[in-house]
Design a protein around this ligand. Sequence first.
Ligand code: AGP
Length: 610
Amino acid sequence: MCGIVGAVAERNVVEILLEGLKRLEYRGYDSAGVALLEQDGSLTRIRRTGKVQELVDAVAQGSALGTTGIAHTRWATHGGVTEANAHPHFSSERVAVVHNGIIENYQSLRESLREKGYTFTSDTDTESIAHSVHEELKAGASLLLAVQNSVKQFHGAYGTVIMDREDPSRLVVARSGSPLVIGLGLGENFIASDQMALLPVTRRFIFLEEGDVAEITRREVTVFDKDGQLVEREVIESNVEHDAGDKAGYRHYMLKEIHEQPTVVRNALKGRLGEKDIEADIFGAGADDIFAKVKHVQIIACGTSYHAGMTARYWLEQYANVSCGIEIASEFRYRKSVVHENSLLVTISQSGETADTLAALRLAKELGYMSSLTICNVLGSSLVRESDLAFMTKAGAEIGVASTKAFTTQLTAFLMLTIALGKHNGLSEEHKDNIITALHSLPSKLEETLAITQGIEDLAEEFADKNHSLFLGRGDQYPIAMEGALKLKEISYIHAEAYASGELKHGPLALIDEEMPVIVVAPNNELLEKLKSNVEEVRARGGIMYVFADKDAHFASDETMRVINVPHCESPIAPIIYTIPLQLLSYYVALIKGTDVDQPRNLAKSVTVE
Ligand code: AGP
């Protein structure tokens, strides 16, 4: 989704801004722009539709130079993908604004601003921010006060940065709903919507909170909370690798991130998994005391994170003996739900900024959940700050829009949560030992599984010309089938559906023919015989199958079925292991189809608007 970068420095900030935009490309966008306060006091703006490189080329043709500047990548919400709609937006060549989010009451703002004589040159909601601030400045307010007064009129979500030509030494920023992070430098300071943009210039960050307005100059950063009170916000030293944005020799970030999984899962387990048990309070200080009271778990998430939650429900009920509900955040937040006694709300998110998940957490607090835990990959993110307990998945920066390593570390976290909660609810010693042993073997099993890559490349060749596909799994492999289908749709644009295979006869069997490849995940578990019956149902209708199976499951390739053996693993980690071939399959299919693997069309890495 849209990206913001801003800087106030003594040096020319053009390179910093453009490099920042490049580092935000992974979030998805359709146009880009930059505005600079030039030495002669003029305000320069360059905007382009398409890739950031087009903006970089356009900037290189001129001699843009400025020590204060803002830049943006836009993902269209209001108004088409045109240069006129790209940010920054100006008001009378004086005020420049970049904005992430949606100003919901922009129509009424536009009307009243038009009445005051403002002309609109774009179809965006953002332009009304520029004119509102300008109106306040004209009435004599400082830039800070102008922004503080203006935001009171805005309904909706915004992360916005404002620059005033007549006050060139500062930027004023405001956050409500869309994340903003201030980067602290030496004699220079920065702002961005994501710390990734600023890692080349600083590792010290202030994550703004809801309702914050901040003033940024070269030497000072001053933050005011939603009530206008001066506040101190914690400075966090980032642990994200500076080179997290490098592909490390891989053709795509997604492939790099798939191959990083053994390492990041090792990191996620380090210091948390003991020889025979998990360590105490790994879910946060006091977590074990809270867990002792938990009688029900409600999981909320979106997309891939939702699939991790679905898998966790099988584990929590099967092993930990804790009742568990799972719901998509965008549904949960708009329906009346019943809160069970002593319920723990668990949110899952790679980014920690997904608007629906955040809104669901806030709602849950009002509804009276006993406590909240987030399983998240981004330190300092909104979900981490606003939850009672946080478990960091330590997957490292995930750049590819299609989530891979974030998912497998989320599942790893849930196996540990199963033990932590199960201890108080009748988890058997046998199950505990099985999970611990399985977790110890997980990084090396992931390595073994990645080694089957070559077979999957060949398989992708057979697959790439299809328009539809069906993914099947049973039990805790059903969410893995769903995740496999999501990966394939996201990056290859092939229509993919997932079913619990016991459901086949209730409808989807009607779809089966030789043009509808069926992908089956088949570990050697207690549901194997049931799954084999489902496979026969597909075979009897002339379906073509690709079966990822444990070799002891005794599937054999023939003219209607291609079997790819997956290394044998302990049952608790099988969902994590079987995720790998499905990720690889979608990657290689997308490669053959020539799609934009890391930035698939219409998608954004972090969905910070509704
Ligand atoms: C995953 O491949 C997707 N891009 C998407 O479904 C994602 O998982 C979803 O938007 C939730 O994001 P989050 O984990 O950052 O909350």
